[in-house]
Design a protein around this ligand. Structure first.
Ligand SMILES: Cc1cc2nc3c(=O)[nH]c(=O)nc-3n(C[C@H](O)[C@H](O)[C@H](O)COP(=O)(O)OP(=O)(O)OC[C@H]3O[C@@H](n4cnc5c(N)ncnc54)[C@H](O)[C@@H]3O)c2cc1C
Length: 496
């Protein structure tokens, strides 16, 4: 046995490396829990397959894309080439679903660290006060994370991941009250689609999901779509990481604001690399060519400037366009077929201001598991009701930030304007109030509900400390580490 499978087997707590068997007991299965089909083998689809494997005999995950057997960006997930990090809640859920995942990735070069102590968060009013919060996120490239999750899901009993198959339509039973499978075709083939029967279909095909059209064709109403046009262009390059660069930060995040339609994220990656993504809104676009990229980066944050100008560039860079944050209100539909669920970006794809998408997908997978524990009847509507509060928070945060930008069409509703105003004040107060900074990050990490920010003591401090009109120094001139320096990377946890 080679080292890798042995290590894998040890992590899974069993001798046979080939198949990971869940440690929990399967629940008694009704005759309608034989076969589940998942559309999309990206993060949401893989996590869905993980929980479905607990109660379905067979789970087939279909993806139109193909991939190498190593961590590499792939065409079906073009956003995977751009800065991704995993928030604390997402990391915790993934570690529960895949025991030992964080440790495994850290051994391969990913870095785990404190999201307040080792990440610098810049807002229009300044940076959040650093402190040790216990919120531990994971800095790992998206291809590496997806590769390891896919490897583990593919090893689950009963799970098959099929690449190169595009799902063209849903199959319904004769009453059209129940989804009975999918129609698929091999990518590039002109022949008639094949039919795959299923007792449950989960659509995790991302932001371009065809579910609204498929539902319409079957005589169901399509969900109402909420869209916020932001027209963001992301420009991303990789640079060599050196000890001490960017003050040993794990990541540096710059949020766009009413004053600046530019933002970005710089995150440590395995292989001693930085990934630096620069975002420009409403037609602004950072140049990929090195000199222009450096100038743009330096305007954003001192750490961006330092890395872009001094560190060794490792690639020529890539662009990605994110036209709009989009939310489909499935939970409001009065009629919805049995045996069908939509999740992940196919329900809500928001501007990744705080990098919440994979954490939302993880929380949704747990919601799917809870809904299945209560049976399969009306699974879709029960699931959409369960994920509504999960999606609400990041949607409001992203929508609030998007709508505050000059150039975003649409006036924010009064409620959102009030929330925005409060969050702005909170961020200002949190420049030197570590407790407020942590409370804010707990909400952004989906570890606490937004009302926690309105507790009387906190509210008072927000109103008292956050009302100053004094303009903050520009990000580029603000010295890094003006207050408490960022603590050194946790060497034990980071494996260094
Ligand atoms: C620039 C950017 C940065 C981001 N940064 C972060 C971050 O830091 N942290 C974070 O948590 N999230 C981040 N996100 C969000 C995150 O990438 C997504 O929320 C997450 O990938 C979940 O997506 P998904 O699995 O629902 O869909 P996707 O990742 O879009 O995957 C959809 C899959 O479905 C397949 N597919 C599509 N149609 C079909 C079909 N008809 N038949 C078969 N297969 C099909 C595709 O090939 C693909 O594999 C970021 C997003 C962007 C755009």
């Amino acid at each position: 046995m080679s080292a890798a499978p042995r290590e894998f087997a040890r992590e899974m707590g069993r001798a046979n490396p080939g198949r990971y068997r869940p440690t929990h007991r399967r629940t008694t299965r009704s005759p309608t829990r034989n076969h589940a089909v998942v559309i999309g083998a990206s993060m949401a689809g893989l996590l869905a397959a993980r929980v479905l494997s607990e109660t379905y005999d067979r789970v087939t995950v279909l993806d139109r894309d193909t991939w190498a057997d190593r961590p590499e960006p792939r065409g079906g997930v073009p956003h995977g080439r751009h800065a991704h990090g995993l928030l604390a809640r997402g990391r915790e859920v993934l570690d529960k679903l895949f025991p030992g995942l964080t440790d495994h990735l850290v051994r391969d070069g990913a870095v785990v660290g404190d999201l307040q102590g080792q990440v610098r968060w810049y807002f229009a009013s300044g940076s959040l006060a650093p402190s040790v919060s216990g919120l531990r996120g994971l800095a790992v490239s998206r291809p590496a994370l997806e590769h390891e999750v896919r490897r583990r899901v593919g090893a689950l009993r009963g799970v098959t991941i099929e690449s190169g198959w595009v799902v063209r339509d849903l199959l319904a039973d004769p009453t059209r009250g129940r989804i009975a499978g999918v129609k698929v075709a091999a990518v590039g083939s002109d022949g008639p689609p094949r039919r795959i029967a299923a007792d449950l279909v989960v659509d995790a095909s991302g932001r371009n999901s065809h579910s609204p059209d498929w539902l319409r064709t079957l005589g169901y109403p399509a969900p109402k779509e909420e869209k916020i046009r932001v027209d963001v262009s992301y420009a991303t390059r990789h640079f060599r990481w050196e000890p001490g660069s960017a003050g040993d930060a794990l990541a540096v995040i710059v949020a766009a604001s009413a004053d600046s339609a530019q933002g970005g994220a710089m995150i440590r990656q395995e292989g001693d690399r930085w990934i630096l993504t620069l975002g420009g809104y409403h037609g602004e676009r950072a140049p990929l060519e090195l000199a222009g990229f450096r100038t743009w980066a330096a305007r954003q944050a001192p750490e961006f400037g330092a890395v872009a100008s001094r560190a060794e560039p490792l690639d020529e860079g890539h662009y990605f366009r994110f036209p709009a944050s989009t939310r489909l209100r499935y939970e409001r539909l009065r009629r919805f077929p049995e045996a069908f669920v939509v999740m992940g970006d196919a329900v809500c794809s928001f501007n990744p201001v705080y990098g919440q998408g994979m954490t939302v997908a993880a929380a949704e997978a747990l919601a799917l598991r809870s809904c299945l524990a209560n049976g399969v009847e009306r699974l879709g509507p029960r699931f959409f009701a369960a994920i509504r509060p999960i999606v609400d928070v990041p949607w409001q945060i992203a929508a609030g930030a998007d709508l505050a930008l000059p150039g975003t069409p649409g006036r924010p509703p009064l409620r959102l304007r009030l929330i925005n105003r409060y969050v702005e004040r909170l961020q200002r107060a949190a420049r030197d109030d570590t407790e407020l900074a942590e409370a804010f990050l707990r909400v952004a990490n989906l570890k606490a509900a937004p009302p926690s920010l309105m507790r009387p003591g906190r509210m008072l401090r927000v109103l008292r400390k956050g009302s100053g009109r004094r303009p903050a120094p520009s990000r580029a001139t603000r010295p890094a580490g003006r207050r408490t320096p960022i603590p050194a990377v946790d060497t034990e946890a980071s494996g260094r």
